[in-house]
Design a protein around this ligand. Structure first.
Ligand code: NAD
Ligand code: UDP
Length: 363
């Protein structure tokens, strides 16, 4: 298959691109590189032996999206492209609605005119309303609590309406729980800009000496040790879920929703413990007040994905910490910071393919 991957240079997208190439698919990536680096795609090429082709473009540029769909004529699209920082979405709601909702509208409009009607969409467990009934199942009540989550909710509804309007569409909505970890080689991984908001990347930066200590937000939650509990999912398992969903969409039209999680929760203290074992020293932490807006505990029920896709998370918290540590210790400052200003797309593709040795660095 030929798969167009929006946001394919990013954290989850680069892992999915790798698995697609390793499975023999052809991969085109559409990305504006606003939160990612061509270095990730170069490494994907080095690891898989096949190069993804990069189309630099913005989902908000409708003409460019249409053009890339027409040039590539893919069999399917996996849509990772979007902004994902909850705090930033509270400060800049219009930017988030534009980028995520309008960007998706541009994508599906272009897909429709190119007669490409197979789509896998990155949704999130954040679309679930807070519930005491755990694990969360796909038909649980939805109600996002911040603008980022609401963009995902709106997109889910748009995709549902689309599937009802035209039965030729095949659409998978994948609700991720908390993606962490990295490829076990440590060659690709998550490269957050600035101070990480999420727990695991923050711990990784403490482990590598970039930050002093982890702050544990809240110790009085009604959970097994008083700290927040989440369903962490290894990015390699998550990436595999996209391939399985694509396989399903090849056989079925309509719209489907699948939770991608492990089905069980891990506390903040247990994540710190796993990472301490992975890096070989007890990581320092401080117990502080709850973070406003956080909920005590949630984890998903992945049974539907297991029954319908044959997908199941294979890796536990120890492997998540081990692989994250491998990535962080091999790449203490993340990917090199390239100055991409004015570098044409074909030069970036030469770099990804190894035909051009380097790109100018800013640091
Ligand atoms: P990421 O930021 O690493 O990847 C997103 C990619 O999209 C980046 O490469 C970025 O440059 C690109 N992008 C953003 N806006 C774009 C635009 N307008 N046009 C073209 N490209 C654009 O994030 P990720 O963690 O890999 O997340 C991928 C998807 O999964 C996102 O949609 C995110 O909301 C969703 N998701 C992520 C998590 C998580 O915790 N990482 C959890 C649930 C859902
Ligand atoms: N958390 C923490 N310290 C941090 C970051 C997060 O204790 O520096 C806690 C947070 O309160 C939550 C869990 O870790 O219980 C996961 O938080 P994260 O931001 O990674 O994911 P989300 O809250 O979006 O599920």
């Amino acid at each position: 298959m030929h798969v167009l991957v929006t946001g394919g240079a990013g954290y989850i997208g680069s892992h999915a691109a790798l698995l697609l190439l390793e499975a023999g698919h052809r991969v085109s990536v559409f990305d504006n590189l606003s939160n990612s680096s061509p270095e990730a795609l170069k490494r994907v090429h080095q690891m898989s032996g096949s190069a993804p082709e990069l189309f630099v473009g913005d989902l908000l540029d409708a003409d460019r999206v249409t053009e890339v769909l027409e040039i590539t004529k893919p069999d399917a699209v996996i849509h990772f492209g979007g902004l994902k920082a909850v705090g930033e979405s509270v400060e800049k709601p219009i930017t988030y609605y534009q980028n995520n909702v309008v960007g998706t509208l541009n994508l599906i409009t272009a897909m429709e005119s190119a007669q490409v009607k197979r789509l896998v969409f990155s949704s999130s467990a954040t679309v679930y309303a807070e519930s005491k009934e755990l694990p969360l199942v796909e038909n649980a009540q939805r109600d996002a609590s911040n603008p980022y989550g609401r963009t995902k909710l709106h997109i889910e509804q748009i995709l549902e309406d689309l599937a009802v309007s035209d039965p030729q569409w095949s659409i998978a909505i994948l609700r991720y729980f908390n993606p962490v970890g990295a490829h076990p080689s440590g060659n690709i991984g998550e490269d957050p800009q600035g101070i990480p908001n999420n727990l695991m990347p923050f711990i990784a930066q403490v482990a590598v000496g970039r930050r002093n200590e982890v702050r544990v937000f809240g110790t009085d939650y009604p959970t097994y040790d008083g700290t927040g509990v989440r369903d962490y999912i290894h990015v390699m398992d998550l990436a595999q879920g996209h391939l399985d969903a694509l396989g399903y969409l090849n056989q079925n039209t309509g719209q489907y929703v699948w939770n991608l999680g492990t089905g069980s929760g891990t506390s903040v203290l247990d994540v710190i413990g796993a990472f301490s074992r992975a890096c070989g020293r007890q990581l320092p932490y401080e117990l502080v007040d709850r973070r406003p807006g956080d909920i005590a505990e949630y984890y998903g029920d992945p049974t539907t994905a297991r029954l319908e896709l044959g997908w199941k998370a294979e890796r536990g918290i120890e492997e998540m910490a081990r692989d994250m540590w491998k990535w962080q210790s091999n790449n203490p400052s993340g990917y090199p910071d390239y100055d991409l200003e004015g570098i044409p797309e074909d030069e970036l593709n030469k770099f990804i393919r190894g035909a051009r040795e380097s790109l100018p660095e800013t640091k």
